[in-house]
Design a protein around this ligand. Structure first.
Ligand code: CMC
Length: 428
């Protein structure tokens, strides 16, 4: 297969190199296009633009494949361990028992946040959206850890990654407690990552919350399913900010902002609202699907569609299995799960969705699982952020370590006024 392509502009031929990935995907390297031809490429939404080469996550959207460092996502389903996967993503290999223990201890030691940071929670109104608090507090970590302004080696990377992964959970739990006017609960050094988060969320000073095995497995798996997704909007944001050599905390704080939007991580909240809307009888599933097809309604079928997956989203398949399993074990049912099943059935047999390759995505079933384990709706996207954090760190570090990375600086095609003379309309 060819390793170059020829582009003809005004009768002149230009040869451009083709870069090949390890799974056979190919890309035209246009980094010298403007220099050679005077032209740039135009790709709104970057649907056809590879912004980097990356060795972290592989997606084949046509076949519904997602692999972390080569390992298919489904293989984490049996014995889910979010911290093991976080290490895998960040350091490129599964941790040895020694590495795992060392990293776990570091997570335990660094779980607390500075006392003065705790006071900052009081500065936000109780009604603050937790994603706003999360972003602000992650950024504030830059003030408390100037030693990680730059990350120069693997020991430093381990130190900063542990602090971020550990503290995001404490910050998330505190923002929830604050929104409910409840006392802040300190992390418990005896508990592993997920039970410790649930303890900080739900324990009372007079009553310990005990995280059962089903909840622990469900949340571990859910976090794993969200852990990375190559160059999605928030990860690209983290890389974009990091490309200016901004520190990891600030870059991830920007990632939280990008994730918040309802077309990205915020979709999990919108899915739940949609299901509740139908459950309250305000609309039937059939009516909702019709509205989502009507371009003038301004509504979408939330939790459906994906830029990359054009067959099925493998995360949604695992999540649906998990939801069914969880409710069976809990010997209960959620009317919203039945509504979700119905919506999926209607959409998947409707030509609008079939022709556009629109399938349930990761956000379609995640809210139902989060509800089952007691997570309140306004924390859904925060949980997505906790899950996505190892991916952000891995991408930031990969870019930071790369000798060839440059500041991200796209160009544009200007469509505004031609040169115009300044004639002020104000009278002095
Ligand atoms: N409901 C109804 N129509 C849809 C939907 C939907 N959920 N998604 C896409 N379409 C239509 C879209 O209007 C367009 O129609 P037409 O060809 O007639 O103009 C066609 O399908 C192609 O969609 P697109 O706008 O080119 O898709 P995109 O790649 O720009 O956007 C998306 C992808 C995920 C933002 C979009 O599918 C969407 O808004 N879905 C609902 C929100 C959602 O669930 N987001 C979570 C995404 S997955 C997790 C994550 O990234 O956080």
């Amino acid at each position: 297969m060819t390793d170059t392509v020829t582009l003809t502009i005004d009768g002149k031929a230009y040869t451009l190199p083709v870069v090949r990935g390890t799974e056979g995907e190919r890309a035209i390297d246009i980094s010298k296009l403007r220099e050679q031809t005077g032209l740039i490429s135009l790709d709104p939404g970057f649907g056809n633009t590879g912004s980097c080469e990356s060795a972290i996550t592989f997606i084949d959207g046509e076949k519904g494949i997602l692999r972390y460092r080569g390992i298919p996502l489904e293989q984490f389903e049996e014995n889910p361990n979010f911290i093991e996967v976080a290490w895998l993503l960040i350091f490129g290999h599964l941790p040895t028992p020694e590495e795992y223990e060392r990293f776990s201890k570091l997570l335990t030691r660094t779980a607390n946040i500075d006392e003065s940071m705790k006071h900052s929670f009081q500065g936000f109104p109780r009604s603050s959206p937790p994603m706003a608090t999360l972003s602000a507090m992650i950024n504030a970590l830059s003030c408390f850890h100037p030693e990680f302004q730059a990350v120069d080696d693997l020991t430093q990377l381990e130190g900063v990654a542990a602090r971020l992964i550990s503290k995001i959970r404490t910050i998330a739990a505190y923002s929830y407690r604050r929104s409910r006017g409840k006392p802040l609960i300190y992390p418990d050094p005896k508990l592993r990552y997920v039970p410790n988060f649930m303890h900080m969320m739900f324990s009372q000073p007079y009553e310990e919350y005990v995280c059962d095995q089903d909840t622990r497995d469900a949340l571990n798996l859910l976090l794993i399913l969200h852990a990375d997704h190559e160059q999605n909007c928030s990860t690209s944001t983290v890389r974009m900010v990091g490309s200016s050599q901004a520190n990891l905390f600030t870059s991830c704080a920007a990632g939280v902002g990008a994730l918040w939007g309802s077309l990205h991580g915020g979709a999990n909240v919108q899915v739940l609202r949609m299901l509740q809307h139908i459950h309250k009888g305000q609309m039937t599933p059939e009516e909702y699907v019709s509205r989502a097809k009507d371009k003038t309604s301004g509504e979408l079928l939330m939790g459906f569609g994906h830029r990359v997956y054009k067959n099925f989203d493998p995360r949604a398949v695992v999540l649906q299995r998990m939801a069914e399993r969880l409710y069976k074990r809990m010997k209960t049912d959620d009317p919203l799960l039945n509504i979700a099943r119905k919506l999926e059935e209607i959409a998947l047999s409707d030509s609008y969705f079939v022709e556009r390759n629109l399938y349930p995505n990761v956000d379609f079933y995640s809210g139902i699982i989060l509800r089952a384990i007691g997570i309140p709706v306004n924390m859904f996207t925060v949980i997505f952020a906790i899950g996505r954090l190892p991916g952000w760190i891995a991408h930031w570090a990969e870019q930071n370590e790369s000798a060839t990375s440059r500041i991200a600086r796209p160009r544009q095609v200007y469509t505004g006024n031609p040169e115009t003379k300044y004639v002020s309309l104000l009278r002095d």
